[in-house]
Write a protein that binds this ligand. Structure first.
Ligand code: SAM
Length: 363
């Protein structure tokens, strides 16, 4: 376990969150906002636990998170659904998670949210595109767990903009509305008050179509691949605003590209992101670096982190941009390791390409 980088409000840790979380005091975290590796049938690049063991695996994290959350704290878990292997029927794992978390750990399900991603591509190809017997799966479960029935929450911080019709109603109710009793028995009068926005529903419509972010621009410039399973910034943004205040502590236990930390930084919340894969953790530093940074500076940050040097982002930007000798030694050692392999995989080939580029720039 070591620190990859620190910013004004937070730190990115490289390590297994089961180990890292244990080092934090109990009842110290305000919000854990995360998206675990999903129990998909087709294994993703970043690895998955076997579907049948998935719940047990996730429960270990759930138990630790429970201990580390403040009594007012929340645990928001974004979970995608999955099909059973080879069959056009769904796995129930994403529904078992809240049942097990509440029955066995003691969490409450404060509310169930649904993230609808309109830009999701049709899948699985076999059932949706080829056989045409299932529609596209475009909604994730986002389970909001709490330690008590009254976690900190303030809807007024996440009000949705009023529709045009509602704005007109607020301006001159008598022109747009005739009071009458609804079939439900609700009697809506003409007394509309402007609350600054409408109460959002538990269906969050957010396209996952980031294409020109600083993160992706910097990845491209450095010749490195962005994380393959990022959630859109608006997802953690909604819950961080809704469930925390300035200076509260937000943690992502499956950090990936550190979307959560970068949103928390903007919203002035303290944050910790924990990521097992050193390369993903190192690349996530690009979220905090300007698009104008040179290829040399980006590769310096990336390899310095991988070499075990902690980057202090503000310090790096304001002062030193020298490539440390430990970073140069690391690059040479990694290259010679790869050169000893007789048949390189696709991933190893691309690693070697970036190492060669760094060598040509740094030496
Ligand atoms: C779905 S991705 C998270 C993506 C993230 N929400 C984002 O927007 O970039 C899950 C991440 O969890 C990481 N991971 C898996 N097991 C872990 C563990 N035990 N501790 C920390 N990270 C882990 C994987 O390497 C992967 O990057």
């Amino acid at each position: 376990m070591n620190k990859a980088y620190t910013t004004q409000y937070g730190s990115q840790i490289i390590g297994d969150s089961l180990e890292v979380l244990k080092t934090y005091p109990d009842s110290s975290i305000d919000l854990v906002m995360t998206s675990p590796p999903f129990a998909l049938i087709r294994k993703k690049e970043y690895g998955n636990e076997d579907q049948s063991e998935y719940i047990d695996w996730l429960m270990q994290f759930g138990r630790l998170v429970y201990d580390k959350l403040k009594p007012t704290g929340s645990f928001v878990l974004d979970l995608g659904g999955a099909y059973k292997s080879g069959l056009p029927v769904r796995s129930l794992y994403n529904f078992r998670v809240p049942i097990e978390f509440c029955d066995k750990i003691g969490f409450y399900l404060a509310e169930d949210f649904y993230w609808y991603n309109p830009s999701k591509l049709p899948s699985p190809i076999e059932w949706v595109n080829k056989k045409k017997i299932r529609v596209k799966d475009a909604v994730n479960n986002v389970w909001w767990f709490s330690k008590t029935p009254y976690p900190k929450a303030d809807v007024t911080k996440v009000l949705a903009p009023y529709s045009d019709r509602m704005k007109k109603l607020l301006e001159s109710p008598e022109d747009y509305y005739t009071p009458k009793e609804r079939p439900s028995g609700h009697n809506i009068s003409l007394n509309f008050t402007d609350n600054g926005g409408s109460i959002p529903p538990n269906l969050l419509q957010i396209p996952n179509s980031e294409s020109n972010s600083g993160y992706l621009t910097n990845c491209k410039k450095a010749g490195l691949n962005g994380h393959p399973a990022r959630f859109p910034a608006q997802l953690p943004e909604f819950f961080i605003k809704y469930l925390t205040d300035k200076d509260d502590l937000v943690v992502d236990i499956f950090g990936g590209s550190n979307t959560t930390g970068s949103v928390a930084e903007t919203l002035k919340r303290r944050w910790i992101s924990i990521e097992l894969d050193p390369s993903y953790a190192a690349i996530s530093a690009f979220r905090f670096l300007p698009k104008s940074l040179s290829e040399k500076d980006l590769l310096n940050v990336y390899y310095s982190i991988l070499a075990g040097n902690e980057i202090r982002v503000m310090d790096f930007l304001l002062n030193g941009r020298e490539v440390p000798s430990t970073t140069k030694d690391y690059i040479k050692a990694e290259k010679s390791k790869l050169e000893k392999i007789s048949k390189l995989s696709k991933l190893e080939k691309s690693k070697l390409q970036v190492l060669d580029k760094a060598i040509s720039i740094f030496f």
